[in-house]
Design a protein around this ligand. Sequence first.
Ligand code: NOJ
Length: 589
Amino acid sequence: MTLTPSPTTSAAPTTTTLVHPPRTGRTEWWRHAVIYQVYPRSFADGDGDGIGDLPGVTSRLDHLARLGVDAIWLSPFYRSPQHDAGYDVADYRDVDPLFGTLEDFDAMLARAHGLGIRVIVDLVPNHTSADHEWFQAALAAAPESPERARYIFRDGTGPGGSQPPNNWTSVFGGAAWTRVTEPDGTAGQWYLHLFDTSQPDLDWRNPEVRTEFEAVLRFWLDRGVDGFRVDVAHGMVKEDGLPDWDGTSSMIDGAHEGIAGSEDGSTGAGNAGPMWDQEGVHDIYRAWHTVLAEYDGDRALVAEAWVEPLSRLARYVRPDEMHQAFNFSFLTTLWRAPDLRTVVNASLVASDEVGAPTTWVLSNHDVVRHASRLGLEVPGSKPNGIGAADPQPDEALGLRRARAATLLMLALPGSAYLYQGEELGLPEHTTLDDEERQDPAWWRSGYTERGRDGCRVPLPWASGEPGLGFSASGRTWLSQPDSFSRYALDTQRGVAGSTYEVYRSALRLRREFRLGTGSLAWVDGLPSSAESSVLAFVNRDVLVVTNFGPDLLRLPADLQLLHASQDLPLADDDAVLVPADTTVWARLT
Ligand code: NOJ
């Protein structure tokens, strides 16, 4: 394909290179869906206790239908003591009273389906809560008992077994082992927890664990869910013998933090070590694939696997395993055109190799919101939380880049994930009072990593109302920053150029031009003083251009402007001008 540049704007011919062909024939919904993450505690509160819940979700589904998403993914709402905001599940078959009841879940699901929105739920199989009946039974039972064999209990080392079985550390900081007191009162064995002490790891070599989770899958599939987001999908099987490892793992910083970049263009989205990405995990997903295939409606599994390079991640989405995997390499790439080109390219190539769709994601409940990350001195870097004493992001610049990044992302072929509130342009709460913090990473890191509370603040729905409309009582489980009233939905709905309306138009056009099942061909040679500051590609017949600045970019004529992340300056002819940190979608005519 060759773009014909306007003779007045460029001497060099524009060239294109096809990377990913369009998809034809029957296409499963998850190959191109826009999936919106609902973090139930912070979405909408139906009962006034200041914590969001399932009736709250149901009451706001109209908003999501109007926005134009295809599906929602709900973070955990199961019975849980909430030591890790519900990622510590005590009963996989029940709803925590904080969030409502099973009937509330059914009502939410029915309403979502009625609006044409599919529903994915979170499955947390790497660990249970310490309150789970299995773990309580394990504590009451003897070493080597079947009850203990569901978890990873080991004798300690050193005199009297007083040292942990190996040197592994928890993702949240501190040791990954905790010693138990045996029922007779003596100091006893140790159990493994890759996360908080309240999250003991299951032993996935035990067939009883496998059988139980297949039953849990069926429980929710029978209720009608459309799929599962699988938590810590790369961690469920540990290397034989649990060998020592001197590295550290962090879901947020990645094992390769820094801006040097890894081979896929990102700043490091992977965890190495004997607890991650072991071959044995793939058997589990093959078995689950078979379970889902028994059900109609293209039910899907999405892997939360912090694995790199992308060719390694692609192994989770081979034809008989999961359907999608989050693309954290994309999320962890800096705001630089060459790096983004590398990661987009590598993502498409790796997933095409196995016939899977690529996913794209910029924000979720574990990372600083992209509207703030992109306003940092190194735009796109990913601190583990931001506190009041830390360097503060440039809010306006961050939002401008976030909108450009989102339009770039939503024009890519594949499936895209949005995190609640990003459609409002919400920044991270970067000045949250440390006293309010609830993320276990804050205290487990010895109060050095502020953690993830800043991206989990309750949503602002209505600017003039107490709690900004999150809860009828005005209560919010984390306080909202003053700036949130400017971002409330009611200040943006119907307002041309608002972030919400930019997202909404993008989703409509993405659907209309079938970009999700489309193609990608890089465009080179657009007139620019610095080639490396432009990313341009064609998907079907839409040209997508992001200008990383600082110079104004003038696009060839004969384009029909479809969408832009910002108001564009007017040219004295009908050319399209793209300012810094802006993405434009234009139709090739
Ligand atoms: C990943 C989840 O997204 C995160 O929120 C949680 O803390 C860990 N897994 C442990 O379940």
